[in-house]
Design a binder for this molecule. Structure first.
Ligand SMILES: [Zn+2]
Length: 284
């Protein structure tokens, strides 16, 4: 049977028809909800830090800090340690398991924001700026991961402001609670209630966000690490669940690899940055 090691539940990593999938319990729950009976997949649920064998390869999952259930995958074979980070971030995020630094010989890492121009600000200060504007805000955010992180920060730091969540996102929030991550004081969206508020936040997925493009009564912000949003909005909310330049450098320092393979994004800045070091960089 075809087998797949799945790092996390985002749609560009977790897809149907994979035979036997090895993933964390939370990733399985997200995949079950998204695809249900159409998944055509069996699961082997993996716990962080508990190794298992695949032929002669010892495999261990570690938290990647990207979203609930996200994992880095360490593969040990013939005395060499290969670490695939998956999507990851080192910035604090109370809505998921914190990133763990793992030593390896070969580091396979994402390079989504691997350029010195990217330094992701603290989400609390980013959201505080919105709070001081005292208006109703619609926040576009990915339905799994980003939406819950924003709900959690709002609830923890600005508990006086109501937070509404689109019905499409509610089942994902419930999966977070079921896995021990309470996201605080959010509520399912009620139109009349939202409109009555002097100030409140409404978190919607990208597909719903598009519907607000002509709405003049709310501030429309889209959460992304990129400088510009793919979606029409009043402004970008610079909150990312990927490592920025300094996060990536810290990862490399602490993983201490002899070789790095970069995937997803642009590895050229890292290659240039390490050109006089002992670490070889290959851009895949
Ligand atoms: Zn992802």
């Amino acid at each position: 049977m075809h087998r797949a090691l799945v790092s996390h539940a985002h749609g560009d990593h977790a897809v149907p028809n994979n035979g036997l999938v090895y993933c964390t319990a939370a990733t399985k729950a997200f995949m079950d909800h998204r695809h249900g009976l159409k998944l055509f997949t069996e699961f082997s649920v993996v716990k962080y830090g508990i190794p298992f064998l695949l032929n002669d390869v010892k495999v261990t999952y570690y938290p990647a800090g990207h979203m609930l259930g996200s994992a880095q995958i360490l593969m040990e074979y013939a005395g060499e340690r290969y670490l695939y980070t998956g999507d990851f971030k080192t910035q604090e995020d109370k809505s998921c398991e914190p990133f763990e630094y793992i030593k390896c010989d070969h580091l396979i890492t994402e390079t989504t924001f691997a350029s010195p121009e990217y330094e992701h600000p603290d989400p609390v200060s980013v959201l505080k700026e919105l709070v001081t504007e005292n208006v109703n805000v619609v926040i576009g955010a990915y339905a799994i991961g980003k939406a819950q992180r924003i709900a959690k920060v709002l609830s923890d730091f600005f508990p006086e402001i109501p937070v509404y969540v689109h019905p499409e996102i509610v089942p994902f929030n419930d999966i977070y609670s079921a896995h021990g991550f309470d996201l605080g004081q959010w509520k399912p969206y009620r139109r009349a209630e939202f409109k009555e508020q002097e100030q409140s936040f409404y978190i919607v997925s990208p597909s719903q966000f598009k519907r607000f493009s002509r709405n003049k009564n709310v501030l429309k912000v889209f959460a992304t690490g990129w400088k510009q949003s793919y979606y029409e909005c009043d402004r970008v909310l610079p909150i990312s669940d990927h490592a920025d330049w300094n996060g990536l450098l810290e990862l490399i320092k602490r993983a201490d690899p002899k070789k790095i393979y970069t995937v997803h994004g642009d590895g050229t800045f890292i290659k240039e940055h390490l050109k006089d070091s002992k670490i070889a960089v290959e851009i895949l």
